[in-house]
Design a protein around this ligand. Structure first.
Ligand SMILES: NC(=O)c1ccc[n+]([C@@H]2O[C@H](COP(=O)([O-])OP(=O)(O)OC[C@H]3O[C@@H](n4cnc5c(N)ncnc54)[C@H](OP(=O)(O)O)[C@@H]3O)[C@@H](O)[C@H]2O)c1
Length: 269
């Protein structure tokens, strides 16, 4: 068993039954968090909970919930609203797709939006007021590099992850001064079940673009400890992101004015 760290409160992790969420569960327990694990596959959650409890001594609870359903979202929102021990929400549950829009089944795309966007929004909305009252707490949102590269993979998946990035930036703007930490993580290709679910086995990707799930989560936690709002684990030069973000911010004051830009004015001669 690991040496106990000071109690860090409870971390609620969605999509904890496999992949990125399961590795975060291990790492957060080792950092002194008790855990509430959420996903649909209760047998996997139970096995993970037992393993983490045995290796870290932390308390690990789990809840089976389908976060594409209103009942599932409400159940977890109620937990987030009522359990004052929760100090960290990790919005990780998500699915992707690789097919073009016109070849995709629309109900599947809408379910993806329910999970990647609606559930993430509802759960954040449920926990944020309590964190603000306490003046501390952390929300980590798992986006994707497709938030910055919509030409890759399925467009609805990319747009759902752009939402996660934009929402996180807005949350940071609103909550940082109230003591609530926001981090949004943009993983590149990571070797998990995600790719099978999305319809493209990870083995078919060029292996130089695929990171192990352990390395990805450990890098994201370094970003958290450095106080980053946006963490892009694979990006070699942080200045690439900083320049991009600075260009966006510089445009801000020019985006809304009482007159149309010169190039859009009607020619009257
Ligand atoms: N792997 C990558 O290359 C990659 C890259 C960038 C971003 N991401 C993002 O990383 C996050 C985690 O994905 P992963 O790579 O770890 O894939 P994964 O191994 O397939 O994990 C997805 C997790 O989400 C849960 N989940 C799926 N549908 C759910 C639902 N309806 N209700 C509740 N939980 C649900 C799954 O559990 P159950 O099936 O038991 O419900 C599982 O625990 C996702 O948001 C994904 O978009 C992944």
């Amino acid at each position: 068993m690991e040496t106990h760290r000071p109690d860090s409160g409870v971390a609620l992790i969605t999509g904890a039954s496999s992949g990125i969420g399961a590795v975060y569960a291990d790492r957060l327990a080792k950092r002194g968090h008790d855990l509430i694990l959420v996903a649909r596959d209760v047998a996997k959650l139970e096995a993970l909970a037992e393993r983490i409890n045995r290796s870290t001594g932390r308390r690990v609870d789990f809840i089976g919930a389908d976060l594409t359903t209103l009942d599932g979202m409400r159940h977890i929102s109620d937990v987030l609203e009522s359990d004052a021990r929760i100090t960290l929400l990790l919005n990780n549950a998500g699915v992707g797709a690789t097919q073009p829009l016109v070849d995709s089944e629309v109900n599947r795309l809408c379910k993806m939006i329910q999970l990647n966007v609606t559930a993430l929004t509802r759960l954040t909305h449920a926990v944020a007021p309590a964190l603000v009252v306490r003046g501390q707490g952390t929300i980590i949102n798992i986006a994707s590099i497709v938030a910055l590269a919509p030409e890759l993979l399925n467009g609805v998946y990319a747009a759902s992850k752009s939402y996660v990035l934009t929402f996180s930036q807005a949350l940071h703007h609103e909550l940082a001064s109230k003591g609530v930490r926001i981090q949004v993580v943009l993983p590149g290709a990571t070797s998990t079940e995600f790719w099978n679910v999305a319809g493209l086995p990870v083995q078919k990707l060029p292996q130089e673009i695929v990171m192990t799930v352990d390395d990805m989560v450990d890098a994201a936690l370094v970003g958290l400890d450095r106080g980053e709002l946006v963490t892009i684990p694979a990006l070699p030069d942080a200045e690439d992101w900083e320049r991009f973000d600075a260009a966006r911010k510089a445009m801000g004051p020019k985006l809304s004015r009482s007159v149309a830009a010169e190039r859009y004015r009607l020619q009257t001669d």
